[in-house]
Structures are given as structure tokens and as C-alpha cells.
Design a protein around this ligand. Sequence first.
Ligand code: PLP
Length: 429
Amino acid sequence: MNIETSRQLYEQAGRLLPGGVSSPVRAFRAVGGQPLFIARGEGPYLEDVDGNRYIDYVLSWGPLILGHAHPAVVAALEEAIRRGTSYGAPSPLELELARRIQGFMPGLEMLRFVNSGTEATMSALRLARAFTRRDKIIKFEGCYHGHADLLLVQAGSGVATLGLPDSPGVPQATTQDTLVARFNDLESVISLFSQFPDQVAAVIVEPVAGNMGVAPPAEDFLPGLRDLTARHGALLIFDEVMTGFRVHPGGAQALYGIQPDLTTLGKVIGGGLPVGAYGGRAEVMHMVAPSGPVYQAGTLSGNPLAMTAGIATLDELQSADVWPGLIAAAEWLESGMADAAADAGIAIQQNRVGTMFSTFFAQEPVRDWPSASRSDTARFGRFFNAMLENGVYLAPSQFEAGFLSTAHTPAILDQTVAAARQAFGKAMG
Ligand SMILES: *Cc1c(COP(=O)(O)O)cnc(C)c1O
């Protein structure tokens, strides 16, 4: 595989952009090797600057549920761009996208558009703190909610520890009200509620964990969180930035039948352009400025191009056969990968919910961060690189989700499984 142009660009980029990238995990550091510079995306494929083509299971980290450059999205954008790129004033497009989102997720009685998932979670927590007049929040070990200061806390060890910052530059004062519980462990949440009575504003959770690799919720976990938050006067926030339109068209809240107070969205609702949103109970959302006193603003929020790409994407998803097709593809890939691993005699845990999946090189089921972190990351690195050699582009870390799109046809999936058969052998080392 010739990646000479990527090599040269990476070297130049390293002098201009920290680590040569605009977001850390793109740098391939967890798997060895160097990032590929991409020239174009089309359907299920990414093409790098040296002309190599890969079947893409990253899909811009989730948003591209219709694949790259879907004709409907491209056509809508081409038309929209002639009407201007940003208005800084309301446009009907915001209403159109909001109504579509609400059609899929009726619990979002009102919502506010922002520009990223990070902004959505940060703003939702500000709102929850204002609404409850409490300061503490509970998050879960291994869950990622963007890079806002108060959320850059993971808890190293221990079931429920006080949050200490994960990054230099985050003052301890910013995270002292961030409490960390263990995913899929209600006892750890109960213990925090009793340690800090009447102080918890919100519990924020990825209802299906996707940022430790995919880990589904245990059966009692989300109902338990709903019950605990209601009982203690705290808000329940589902961070569905990844799971929204990915685990079910109505998100995890529809899949598991649990109504959170607030929901954060991003990724798919922008159809590949920068969009986030937060929304939920009207009485809570009415507190957002200028309706209420909680300040939150954005120069480019509700951007007409971003709204347009989101509308076109959700309209495609609305067609009756699209979702069953995605699930059939996901099941096909899941069983193909499992068979390929079994034939190679390699132990994997293939986790999947809807169109999100992870192949963990682990002996035991992965259900939380401790079990995910016992994966053999060296083995994953060899697998990743062998897949890349075979023309399949996976997320360059064991602890990331893979994604499917409507462009991943049966032939593409078969090609992927064939690549995996060989790569599993190489992963054994
Ligand atoms: C990606 C992600 C975010 C952050 O979204 P950005 O658009 O990258 O800021 C937040 N929460 C979850 C669950 C995510 O997967």
C-alpha cells in the first residue's frame, strides 16, 4: 500500500497542527502507524490522497448514516448554498429540522440547536443546574460527553470517586462537583445520591455506551436511573449524540422505552455538517435565554447548510425500508465477524446495538469500562492494520464504535468479512 503523499502531509501537518490533526484520535497513535489524509468520500468508501480506497466504518465518527456524499444530501446542499451560507437570524429550516427530530423523539418538547455535541452536553448541564438549583452532576466511568471542562473526568479506579481532572488546564474547582459512577452499576449511583443528598442536579449517561467501544445497558440500568433521578429530584440526561438515530430511529429512549428529562444530540442530525442540539421537557427548556435566564448562544447555531443536511438525512431515514435494511446489514456483519473470528480461533466479544458495533479482543463479556479495558489492544492494533491493508477503514482504537450506513451493501459487507478472516489470523501475532 503506497501512502507516500499521506506520509509527507503528516510530516508537514505536525509542524502546523498539534499532532498533525484537528482532533486527537484521528492520529492513529493507539494502533501504531500514521493517519491517512483523505481526498474524498463516496458512498461506503473513503479515498486517500494516494488514491487508495477503503470501506469506511468510521463514517466521520457516526454522522454519515447514509454514507459519504449521499445524492439527496448533496443536492439539497447545492441548492441551499446558493441562498447563502449563514444568516445570523431565524430561518424556516430550524423549524423543519426541529419538527423532524421531534417526530422521531416526541420527548423533545422543545429544543435548541448548537454546533457540536460538546456544546449540547455542556449547555444541557448548565440548564439542569439552573433548573434544580443544585451543582453536582453524576457521570459514568468510560462515558464521553465532549471536551467541556466539567466533563473531562473519568475516575481512575474505585467504584465511585470524586472527580479529578483528566487534563491539565482543567482547574480542580471545575470538576469538584462532577461525581463519577460505574456504568451498569446502580449501586454506585445509589451510593452517590446518599452521600450527597439534595445536591445532585443531573445524571448524564450515554444510554448505550459508545465511547469505551459499544457496551449496551444492563436491563435494570436505565429504568433504575430514571427511578433514582425522579426520586431524588435530579434530571436524567441521555447523551444521545452518538446513539440518536443509530441504535433506533427514536434513539435509545425509544429502544428501551425510557423518557429522560433532557436529551443531547449531534452527529446524525447534522448529516455530516456541524450540528448539535439539546432538548426535552418544555418547562425546563423554557429556562433557556431569551425565554428564560440561562444564557447560551452561538454565532452559527441553526446554520442553514447544517440544517439542510440534517433535514435531507432524516427524510431519507423516514422511508419505511431504510431502518430494517440497516439492521439486516448490521446483523449480517455481526454474524460474519463472529464466524470469522471463531474460524481463526480467536476470542472476541462482538457487541452491537442497532448500527453501532465493536469488536473487542477480550475473553469476557464487555459491559463497562473495567471489562472493556481488559481487551488486548496490541491484538486490536494488528487487526486494525491488517484490515487497513485489506482496504477496510476501522476506527483507530479498540475503544471506539464502528458504524454502518445505508451505502454498505451486501457485497461490501461480504468483502469486509473476507478481509476480517485474514486479519484475525494476523491479529494472533
Ligand atoms: C461525539 C460525542 C460527543 C461530542 O460531540 P462533538 O460534536 O464531537 O463535540 C458527546 N457525546 C457523545 C456521546 C459523543 O459520542
